[in-house]
Write a protein that binds this ligand. Sequence first.
Ligand code: ATP
Ligand code: MG
Length: 440
Amino acid sequence: MTPHTHRSLLLCISLISVLCLAVGLPLSFRLGEDGSSHLFWFWCIATVCVLIGVGAILLYEEMRLGKLQQQVARQTEELKKSEEKYRSLVESTEDFIFTVDATGHFQSLNSFTANFFGGTPSQFIGEPLSVLFSEEVAAQQLRLVRVVFEFRKSVRDEFMVTTGEHQAWLSANFMPVKDEQGKVVSVLCIARDITENKKLENQLVNTEKLASMGTLAAGVAHELNNPLGVMLGFTDLLLEKLAKGSQDYEDLKIIERHSLHCKEVVENLLSFARQEEGVSEYCDINEAINNIINVVRHSLEMKNIDLRFDVAPHLPRVGGDSRQMQQVFLNLVNNAAAAMKGGGILEIKTALSPGQDKVLITVRDNGHGIKEEHMENIFDPFFTTKSEGEGTGLGLFVSHGIVTKYGGTIVCESSSQDGPQGPQGTVFTVTLKAKEGDEL
Ligand SMILES: Nc1ncnc2c1ncn2[C@@H]1O[C@H](COP(=O)(O)OP(=O)(O)OP(=O)(O)O)[C@@H](O)[C@H]1O
Ligand SMILES: [Mg+2]
């Protein structure tokens, strides 16, 4: 029964009742005693009609209520299912999702966010942002939350979070959550871990920086080389004229020493710039390293350094000029020796990669290691922690240039103190392309 028929039924009952009264009353007056019996019958019919009508309406209302209840139950169920679906979607995602109020207190957060910070969602609800993020990051986020509340628009930003020893970069989007009237009631934040992208970005910047520094350094070195040669030449001439031990002689010797240091810097830079001029395309890396070892063996012994050379036999030749490769490994060995002032163990190992297409050379020392804040600078030109006169800071810069020119890689892992990352010390791993089908 539709509301329309329901209304029609009501109208019929009212009409019948009114009709009964309208016809019954005058008829009963006109017909005298007979009339009262007719009136009685009219009243009876009217009452029955009204009773039937009311009964029908009650029945109808009951049916309608039942249907409504069913409908509400069905819709509640559907709503529950859809809520479950979205909840599991939010819960299973590996993004940071949370909502905060205007004062920056958590209203909700997904398990991923809570687990990342070592807790459960209920633990953090009602707490301020600073309970998960550092004071600085929380203040930055609160500023964004206020902007969203004020301008009712989404804002995006990046920030760094720290948990224990781990650091992660997050890219976050803060969005307004509005009520039916369009008023912002809270702010939804969805953030994603972009640490890997950041690292790649930095690597790219570093590579570009190295390339442009290389070009610049080569130009400067070229300009300085000739005047330096002239200065050293004339210093030599003057030294010959002066009596050894005289004040002038000693002064000139200082000039000569510093000029030689400059020459060393310039030669390093020039060798970097001349990298295209490698003589041979391939070299026997075991032999190249052996040549270096023969040169440094004695001085390492003097420094109490135990040298262990673990050679993989029958290695294929690798892409790279032998002389330049010697330069790379001489610098790695010298660096390792400088890090083990009181003695230590220097281990050089060559091996074929599992895919047999590369040769890996590791140079490992147990010296003082490299501080974490220096790690991203060690390949930069002129970066050195050595005191003046001990290092130019070009060794790794030049080595990196040589290795990458031949399609290889050079990576460094270091620990400046014993810890879960490993024992104190440094490992440089140089990977070079093996010559196809070559075996010595
Ligand atoms: N094995 C190592 N152990 C500890 N620190 C290292 C090691 N290798 C490199 N370093 C750090 O990296 C810096 C840069 O090294 P790089 O070889 O480029 O320059 P340098 O050795 O200081 O000077 P140069 O090689 O030009 O004489 C070093 O000063 C040192 O701080
Ligand atoms: Mg060096």
